[in-house]
Design a protein around this ligand. Structure first.
Ligand SMILES: [Zn+2]
Length: 225
């Protein structure tokens, strides 16, 4: 059972399309697991539609109206097709261990398969490039019983559990759970003993590993000691 969900603010931003691509992918992935949040998004869309239809009409010049409609046309086409086009462009090649994750996500995985790198003795990471500049998107795998290095966050991190489960100081997270870590949070996730845990991670800024005294990009620069 899913216990951890995006909050209402995040679902609202998602519904109106104001999230950038990587957070959008993470929320959509959670929705593939979560009926409750799918219902919430549906309700938010209905609410948005009702608010628009209740708005008092204002008279505008024909020129302003046509200019606005033209702009809306371009923006809505750009927004709605961007994610689909990117999904189509990427391969659907799938590692065996990723069988069972939402099909939606497979479409964003690299054409030549994932490139897993060791982050520590029990954690590997596979970056996913979607042309996002504000966030880093990646899969993290913690081997059964393994622990990640203790780290704190300089930016927000969204994590969706795709397979298995992990725990940290605040609780336990299972398939489909959506976990938010805010800047300043310090934690040390570890996987349950009997199976590997694979998560989708969206990280806003580099994190700093405790004790190393320097800021590291965990996906690209961290070398196991
Ligand atoms: Zn949910």
């Amino acid at each position: 059972m899913i216990r951890h969900h995006p909050n209402t603010d995040l679902l609202t931003d998602y519904t109106v399309g104001s999230l950038s691509l990587a957070p959008t992918i993470s929320v959509t992935t959670h929705l593939k697991f979560c009926d409750q949040c799918r219902d919430s998004v549906h309700s938010l869309k209905q609410l948005g539609g009702a608010l628009l239809s209740d708005a008092e009409p204002e008279t505008v010049s024909g020129d302003l109206l046509s200019q606005t409609l033209a702009k809306l046309d371009v923006e809505s086409v750009t927004q709605s097709s961007a994610v689909d086009a990117l999904a189509d462009a990427q391969s659907t090649k799938c590692d065996d261990e990723l069988k069972g994750i939402p099909n939606y996500l497979n479409k964003f995985l690299p054409r030549n398969g994932l490139s897993w790198r060791k982050l520590s003795s029990s954690v590997t990471v596979a970056p996913i490039s979607v042309g996002e500049t504000q966030y880093e998107l990646a899969l993290h795998k913690i081997c059964a019983g393994g622990k990640t290095p203790v780290h704190d966050h300089h930016g927000v991190e969204y994590t969706v559990v795709l397979k298995g489960s992990f725990s940290d100081e605040d609780g336990m997270y299972h398939e489909g759970d959506f976990v938010v870590r805010e800047p300043g949070d310090v934690h040390r996730p570890f996987a349950t003993q009997h199976e590997d845990c694979i998560c989708l991670s969206v990280l806003e800024a580099p994190i700093k590993l405790k004790g190393l005294g320097r800021v590291l990009n965990p996906f690209m620069k961290f070398q196991p000691s």
